[in-house]
Design a protein around this ligand. Structure first.
Ligand code: TNX
Length: 512
C-alpha cells in the first residue's frame, strides 16, 4: 500500500520534478542537489559537436515539441538551455554525464550514442505528459544534480520474430522507438523460419515471393524488399540500434525448402507450413547446392548489414543428425567470415565448433540439464562470448500467468519479478564473467500478430532486460525497481502502449 502511494506521487505531484535516480535503467551513479532546470518557451537546444551530435539534438527537439508546444530551436550558438556536448572524456562508447542546474542541462558524452542515451534519461526525468502528441500543461522541470552513467554490457538486445507472423515496417519502427527509450542497442530480426521467409534475396527470388507468402494461421504473410529492409536498418541506426539479421539454419527452413525443390535431399518441395510445430525441417547437408544457397543468401544479407554480426540460428535442428549438424556448421561459418561478418548462433552451436570470435545465444532454462549448461560454459571458457536469453526469464512470448490471453508457456509463466530478478554475471555456472557480453529479450510470434500484441507482451517486462543489460549489479533491487517501473505506467499510457498491469507492480491509480 505504502509502495503504491510512493510510486504514484513521485511523478504526478504537480511541479515536483522526478528524482534523478527514478529512471530505467538505473543510472550507474547519481548525485542529486541544487535547483531544478525548467524548460520554457525560450529554451534552445545547443550542440557542441559534429553532425551526428546535431542529429541527436533534432531528435530531442522532435520529442519535446508536441507536448511542450515550444519552438526549441537546435543551434550551435549561445549559452544555457539544453546543451549536448561531445568531448573525449571518460564515458566510453555509450556512456554520458547529465548535469542539471537552474541555468541549464548539459549532456556530455564521447560518442553520439552516449548523447542519445543521455537524452533518454532526460526524457524520463520529465513528466509522462511529455510523451503526448498535443500541447500539455507543464511545468517542465528537470531535477538538479549530476548523473554519471555507462552500461554494464555492450549487448542489450531485443529479438523480433517476423517470420511466424509478418510485422510491417511501421510495426517494427514502433518497436524500435520503444527499445530506444530503455537504451536497448541491438535489434535482432529473426528473418526466416518454417512459416515464412521475410527478406528479398535477388539470387533466389522465390524465397520471399513464395516462401514469404503465408504465416502461422495461414494469413498472407509478407516480406521486406531490400529498400524496406534498408530503411529499417537506417531507422534503427537513427535510434542508435544495430540490426542483427538472422537466417535460421539448418533447421527451421521449411519456407526455403518449399520454395526450391532442389534444396531438399529427395528433390521434392514440401508444402508451405502454417502451423507451430518445430524441428521437422532441415537443409540437405550432403548437397553442394545447399552451400551455394547459403553463400548467396549470406552475401546478399551481409551487403545490407552495416553491423558486424550475422546470426545463423542453429537451434532445434532435430531433423539433422549431430554429425550433419557439425559438418554444416563447419561449412557455413567460414562463409559468414568470407563476407566480413562474425557468427552468432543459438547455444546449440556450442555442440559443433564455434568459429573464432563467435557468440552463442543461450536460451535454456533453470531446469536445462547440467550437461548442456556445462557444454555452453566450456565453450565460454574457450573464448566463445555469450548472450543470455534464458527462456524462463526473458522470453517476452511467455505468458505472465494462466490468464494471459496471448503467448506460450513451454518455459513456464514469466511474471515481472521473475524476468527482472536474476544476475546475468552469475547466471551460468563455470562461465567467466568476461564471456558474458550481455542480454537479449526474444519475442517469438506464434501468437503475436501486431503492435498491440507486442506492446502487451513487452511491457512491463522489456525494461527489466534493459536494466539487467545496462545498470551495475550494485543497483539491482526488486523493491526499488518495481517502484520505478510503476512510474513508467503513465508514460506508456501517454505513448498509447497497452501494457499488462502486473499485480506485482504498484501502479499509480488512474488520475492519481
Ligand atoms: C523456441 S528459442 C524456439 C523458437 C520458438 C520459441 C517459442 C529458439 C531458439 N527456438 O523456434 O518460436 O521457442 O517460444
Amino acid at each position: 500500500m505504502g509502495a503504491a502511494a510512493t510510486g504514484a506521487s513521485a511523478h504526478t505531484q504537480y511541479g515536483t520534478p522526478t528524482p534523478l535516480d527514478r529512471v530505467i535503467p538505473a543510472p550507474a551513479s547519481v548525485d542529486p542537489g541544487g535547483a531544478p532546470y525548467r524548460i520554457t518557451p525560450g529554451t534552445q537546444i545547443r550542440i557542441e559537436g559534429p553532425r551526428e551530435a546535431r542529429r541527436v539534438g533534432e531528435y530531442l527537439a522532435e520529442l519535446l515539441r508536441p507536448a511542450t508546444g515550444y519552438r526549441l530551436p537546435v543551434t550551435d550558438r549561445g549559452r544555457g538551455g539544453i546543451r549536448l556536448r561531445l568531448d573525449d572524456g571518460p564515458h566510453g562508447a555509450e556512456g554520458y554525464r547529465l548535469d542539471s542546474r537552474r541555468s541549464g542541462v548539459t549532456i556530455t558524452a564521447r560518442e553520439p550514442a552516449g548523447l542519445f542515451h543521455g537524452v533518454q534519461t532526460l526524457r524520463q526525468l520529465l513528466p509522462p505528459a511529455v510523451e503526448r502528441d498535443s500541447v500539455q500543461r507543464g511545468p517542465w522541470l528537470v531535477a538538479g544534480g549530476t548523473i554519471e552513467d555507462t552500461p554494464r554490457y555492450g549487448w542489450r538486445g531485443a529479438m523480433l520474430d517476423v517470420s511466424r507472423h509478418f510485422l510491417t515496417v511501421d510495426e517494427v519502427r514502433r518497436y524500435i522507438d520503444q527499445l530506444a527509450l530503455y537504451k536497448i542497442n541491438k535489434l535482432h530480426l529473426h528473418l526466416s523460419d518454417d512459416q515464412g521467409w521475410r527478406i528479398a534475396v535477388d539470387s533466389w527470388p522465390r524465397l520471399a515471393a513464395y516462401g514469404g507468402s503465408t504465416e502461422v494461421g495461414g494469413g498472407p504473410g509478407g516480406h521486406y524488399t531490400k529498400a524496406e529492409y534498408t530503411e529499417l536498418v537506417r531507422y534503427a541506426a537513427s535510434r542508435h540500434l544495430e540490426v542483427v539479421p538472422e537466417i535460421d539454419m539448418p533447421g527451421h527452413t521449411n519456407a526455403a525448402l518449399a520454395s526450391y525443390a532442389e534444396l531438399n535431399c529427395d528433390g521434392v518441395a514440401p508444402p508451405l507450413y502454417t502451423g507451430t510445430e518445430v524441428g521437422f525441417s532441415s537443409l540437405c547437408v550432403g548437397k553442394e547446392i545447399t552451400y551455394d544457397f547459403v553463400d548467396d543468401v549470406v552475401r546478399e544479407i551481409a551487403a545490407l548489414t552495416p553491423g558486424r554480426w550475422i546470426h545463423i540460428g542453429g537451434d532445434e535442428a532435430h531433423s539433422t543428425s549431430h554429425e550433419d549438424y557439425v559438418t554444416f556448421m563447419e561449412r557455413v561459418q567460414p562463409i559468414v567470415a568470407e563476407y566480413g561478418k562474425t557468427v552468432i548462433g543459438w547455444h546449440q552451436l556450442t555442440g559443433a565448433a564455434p568459429a573464432e570470435g563467435a557468440l552463442a545465444q543461450y536460451w535454456g532454462l533453470d531446469s536445462t540439464s547440467p550437461a548442456e549448461k556445462a557444454q555452453v560454459a566450456e565453450a565460454a571458457r574457450n573464448g566463445t562470448g555469450l548472450i543470455l536469453s534464458p527462456a524462463d526469464r526473458i522470453y517476452l512470448d511467455m505468458k505472465y500467468d494462466k490468464d494471459t490471453p496471448l503467448g506460450l508457456s513451454w518455459a513456464g509463466y514469466v511474471e515481472v519479478r521473475q524476468s527482472y530478478d536474476w544476475d546475468p554475471g552469475a547466471y551460468l555456472p563455470g562461465v567467466p564473467g568476461s564471456a558474458v557480453r550481455g542480454v537479449e529479450a526474444p519475442l517469438w510470434t506464434e501468437t503475436i500478430e501486431n503492435s498491440e500484441h507486442i506492446d502487451y507482451m513487452a511491457f512491463p517486462r522489456l525494461p527489466g532486460t534493459a536494466e539487467l543489460g545496462w545498470s551495475p549489479a550494485s543497483t539491482h533491487d526488486w523493491d526499488d525497481y518495481r517502484t520505478r517501473l510503476a512510474a513508467q505506467g503513465p508514460r506508456w499510457e501517454a505513448l498509447g502502449i497497452g501494457y499488462h498491469r502486473s499485480p506485482q507492480v504498484p501502479w499509480p491509480t488512474a488520475g492519481g
